[in-house]
Design a protein around this ligand. Structure first.
Ligand SMILES: NC(=O)c1ccc[n+]([C@@H]2O[C@H](COP(=O)([O-])OP(=O)(O)OC[C@H]3O[C@@H](n4cnc5c(N)ncnc54)[C@H](O)[C@@H]3O)[C@@H](O)[C@H]2O)c1
Length: 255
């Protein structure tokens, strides 16, 4: 019970890494708030966790919509009176059903560029903007941002995504510096290729698959392997760690 009695908001918890984190955090004793824009998936994760005798609440949320975030935070405070953990995980990437064009910048329409940044970057900003004042009053909290390997090394082909994830890395550092004095820790995970719906389609492409598995551990990661890193950063076990940019990538960043 490493998160006993903690209240944790996880964005994008209807799928992939966020869903894995929701289940693991709930199993470790947290009340989990599933802040997800996909109603079917969000509700399903809520049901699965509650059916296992743990506690979850789905609140339909678009992380790029400020009014949604205000309503989300208000609802959580009304019900639970505190927010201990924020896992800024929601994002759009190479998904087969992505509405946005993932390509080099010369091939990226401005509208898609703006949409990708408004979810992957502004979402982190907006959630943090409304959660930090609460954590300040509580004298503490843990924020975990889910960036990407693209945020720390040059991976060609999805430049708006890469720009958004690089910005999340920089934002993590400055948040850690700005809010450390309030005992708010801010850390960042940089996943390598993780087997979730986001990359399901490109996993079937031989060139992508061999690129994804040409890391020292010679395989793609599992969503639970990111969720366990997030659990460590959410829990008191990491109480002296802030500003950490943590690759969880099978060793790609070490090459
Ligand atoms: N899968 C990978 O290989 C990989 C690698 C590096 C980083 N990441 C990052 O990990 C995070 C989780 O991705 P995943 O792999 O679990 O993918 P996923 O597609 O399975 O899950 C992403 C979730 O975010 C939700 N979401 C997207 N936009 C949203 C919005 N505006 N508001 C609320 N929810 C929204 C989606 O509905 C989905 O449930 C993302 O930030 C992604 O960029 C993924």
């Amino acid at each position: 019970m490493r998160l006993k009695d903690k209240v944790a908001i996880i964005t994008g918890a209807g799928s992939g890494q966020g869903k894995a984190a929701a289940k693991i955090f709930a199993r470790e004793g947290a009340v989990v708030i599933i802040a997800e824009w996909n109603e079917v998936n969000g509700k399903q994760v809520e049901d699965e966790i509650n059916a296992a005798g743990q506690e979850a609440l789905f609140i339909q949320t678009d992380v790029s919509n400020e009014n949604n975030i205000i309503a989300l935070v208000d609802e959580v405070m009304k019900r639970y009176g505190k927010i201990d953990v924020l896992f800024n995980n929601a994002g759009v990437g190479f998904s087969s059903n992505s509405k946005y064009k993932m390509d080099r910048l010369t091939e990226t329409p401005l509208q898609d560029w703006n949409q990708i940044l408004s979810i992957n970057l502004n979402g982190v900003y907006l959630l943090s903007k409304y959660v930090i004042p609460i954590m300040k009053k509580q004298n503490g909290g843990s924020i975990i941002n889910n960036s990407s390997l693209n945020g720390i090394i040059g991976v060609p082909g999805a430049d708006a995504y890469t720009a958004s994830k690089g910005a999340v890395v920089a934002l993590t550092r400055v948040m850690a510096v700005d809010y450390g004095k309030y005992n708010i820790r801010v850390n960042c995970i940089c996943p390598g290729a993780i087997d979730t719906p986001m990359i399901a389609e490109v996993m079937n492409n031989e060139a992508f698959y061999s690129a994804f598995t040409s890391n020292p551990l010679r395989r793609v990661g599992k969503p639970e392997e990111i969720a366990n890193a997030a659990l460590f950063l959410a829990s008191e076990e990491s109480s002296y760690i802030t500003g950490l940019i943590m690759p969880v990538d099978g060793g790609v960043a070490a090459q």
